[in-house]
Design a protein around this ligand. Structure first.
Ligand code: TPP
Ligand code: MG
Length: 641
């Protein structure tokens, strides 16, 4: 008769457990069964390629192996939603003392929570869901993570291998569905592969340009018991290539020299920094200050360069600062660092960067592109010099070759020109008349004012729409990893769950989701998740009772025909209260400052502040579709009256 062998080998498991726990997880060694206060999480990403003892998993089922591997891989929190096909894994993690488990209200919410966690820590976010609808609900977070380069690891249950292809209950071709929206996906078809595949998944998600990975886990595989030793050494060919940090042909060094030459001779250089500089913001500052070069950032790069620094040109692009866009079009050298020339940044490509293109032809400048992903080089713009690799390594290597342009202020003319643009075209809006609705920009300015001096301890997330752009424009970012927003995919509903994920990583920080009424409506039930786990996020809803960004386009280009954009909202305060959160409301300019103060100081539960805003406000500057980057509507036409 078959007998469950777990009891027999349990003592050997215990023998392994303590040393391994300390070896791999000294950071979380303080976890115990008793509830622990949340602690801020360290940012160093563990080494996933360490080979594992071959025999320690013998006698364990898939769920137990999964639980042990999460511990070994340094996972501190798992977000997930259970179901039939993933039950063996859920059973394995039942009451695990080794990591926190968070149950969102929807798998999409869980995915964005994992992304929020990953975006502020640099460590992979983990999501564990069931087959069929559980898996398909993760498609949006997967694509979101792919677009923005976020390490997200999704484990999906799958029907037993014997039922695959039979249209079984809750069967979906998850590998097929998620192939285009993952960096890598795979199915584990034998339990002896499980430890190795888990290591590979973590390695792939976190190396090169980070991205999402999905591992499909058929129920019979995770329910079975490992009988033989298994080799968990990752076997991916790409791992061997990655070990060669530099190409042996000297190309990297040659390109670095060429890039340094251009940076040293350029008269009007501009740094254009993206998310690929968030992990090396110190080096970015060193380059800018040593070489005396103004710096603009992308939406995802906000925080990489201190926006209070005189060389900051703030965000560029469709709704970026006019001065950044002017600088981009007039620079003789664009130094693209960890950014990918997204269409929201370039405007009309044919008309993009004329001065840099001219300088490239004359050999005095051009476009230098530091980029980790081969495929992003020369994809949108032709680079004069391309340096492929981790921006951090490239910056470390190039710094000694960069001439100090500070001593004789040799770029004075160009810097003065940039300062003039800054002075002449600041972010500007038409203030509201007495008694008129509150302007959304005023709210962000007030938030910024009250948080000034404490920015390092504040994380802002957003939904997608006008509120997102106003947050990017009117809040001054000073530190990396303090801004969490869906850029590439532009996913409404991202704000609240990603704020929850960020707050789990940094419970001592103030985490504020600046949201729109439309975006919040998509994932608002996650407020209950926040309340249940005591994750005291703050939600600031800029309520214009509209999908404002789409309405803006309807106002400007579709004769105010508001097809499908009017929102009929719940009473947000009552909604928050019904979810065991505190609710605050503001519709008067004169109350705004004191209510924001109360909103920021409150910390007993999650809190939502609804502010009624002018529904007719538009985001400016705006580069209309098809126009050159500097062919913008700079400010509200009312400001010219
Ligand atoms: C999931 C999803 N559906 C549709 C869109 C298209 N879209 C972009 S902004 C926007 C309106 C957002 O409204 P709201 O969240 O209220 O923000 P507001 O612009 O009013 O500040 C829409 C519908 C999107 N980005 N994401
Ligand atoms: Mg709205």
């Amino acid at each position: 008769m078959f007998r469950f062998p777990f009891k027999r080998i349990a003592p050997s498991l215990l023998k392994h457990r303590l040393p391994l726990f300390q070896l791999y997880n000294n950071k979380i060694a303080s976890f115990s069964l008793a509830p622990q206060p949340l602690k801020n999480i360290q940012k160093d990403v563990p080494e996933y390629t360490k080979p594992n003892q071959d025999e320690m998993f013998i006698g364990m089922n898939g769920g137990q192996i999964f639980e042990a591997m999460m511990m070994q891989l340094g996972v501190e929190v798992v977000f997930g939603y259970p179901g039939g096909a993933i039950l063996p894994i859920y059973d394995g993690i039942y009451n695990s003392p080794n990591f926190k488990f968070i149950l969102p209200r929807h798998e999409q919410g869980g995915g964005h929570m994992a992304e929020g966690y990953a975006r502020v820590t640099g460590k992979p976010g983990v999501l564990l869901v069931t087959s069929g609808p559980g898996a398909t609900n993760t498609v949006t977070p997967l694509q979101d993570a792919l677009s923005d380069g976020i390490p997200l690891i999704v484990f999906t249950g799958q029907v037993p291998t014997t039922a695959i292809g039979s249209d079984a209950f809750q069967e979906a071709d998850v590998l097929g569905i998620t192939r285009p929206c993952t960096k890598w996906n795979t199915m584990v078809s034998d339990i002896s592969d499980l430890p190795r595949v888990l290591r590979e998944a973590f390695h792939i998600a976190t190396t090169g340009r980070p991205g999402p990975v999905l591992v499909d886990l058929p129920k019979d595989v995770t329910a079975s018991i490992l009988q033989i030793p298994c080799d968990s050494t990752p076997a991916l060919p790409s791992m061997r290539r990655n070990r060669l940090r530099r190409r042996p042909d000297g190309i990297f060094e040659e390109r670095i020299r060429q890039a340094a030459d251009l940076i040293n001779i350029a008269k009007k250089p501009l740094i254009y920094a993206g998310a690929g500089t968030l992990h090396c913001s110190d080096l970015l500052r060193q380059l800018a200050t040593k070489a005396n070069i103004p710096c603009t950032t992308t939406l995802q790069g906000l925080g990489a360069f201190d926006e209070n620094h005189p060389l900051s040109m703030h965000m560029l692009g469709m709704h970026g600062s006019a001065y950044a866009n002017y600088a981009m079009q007039n620079a003789d050298l664009i130094i693209g660092l960890g950014a990918r020339f997204d269409d929201r940044v370039t405007g009309n490509l044919k008309l993009f960067a004329p001065a840099a293109k001219k300088a490239a032809a004359e050999g005095t400048g051009g476009i230098v592109h530091f980029e980790i992903l081969d495929k992003n080089i020369n994809k949108i713009v032709e680079s004069t010099v391309a340096v492929q690799g981790d921006t951090k390594v490239s910056l470390e290597t190039i710094m000694p070759l960069i001439e100090n342009k500070n001593e004789n202020n040799s770029r004075k003319e160009w810097i003065d020109q940039c300062q003039t643009w800054k002075r002449d075209h600041p972010f500007e809006y038409f203030p509201s008349a007495p008694g008129a609705p509150i302007k959304p920009e005023t709210i962000i300015q007030e938030l910024n004012r009250q948080l000034e001096g404490n920015k390092e301890n504040v994380i802002i997330s957003t939904g997608v729409g006008q509120h997102q752009m106003w947050a990017a424009q009117y809040y001054n970012f000073t530190h990396p990893h303090t801004w969490v927003t869906s850029g590439g995919l532009g996913t409404m509903g991202f704000g609240l769950p990603s704020a929850i994920g960020a707050k789990i990583a940094y419970p001592d920080k103030i985490v504020i989701d600046v949201d729109g009424d439309g975006s919040l409506s998509m994932t608002a039930m996650e407020l209950q998740t926040a309340a249940e786990y005591g994750i005291n996020v703050k939600v600031l809803v800029l309520n214009n009772n509209f999908q404002g960004m789409v309405k803006q386009w309807q106002d400007l280009f579709y004769e105010k025909r508001y097809a499908g954009t009017k929102m009929h909202n719940p009473n947000w305060v009552k909604f928050a209260e019904s979810m065991n959160c505190k609710g605050l409301f503001c519709d008067k300019n004169e109350n705004l400052s004191s209510i924001i103060k109360e909103f920021l100081e409150y910390d007993d539960t999650p809190i939502l502040l609804e502010v009624m805003v002018d529904e007719d406000e538009h985001v400016y500057p705006m580069v209309p579709a098809g126009k050159a980057l500097d062919d913008m509507v700079i400010k509200d036409p009312k400001l010219y009256l």
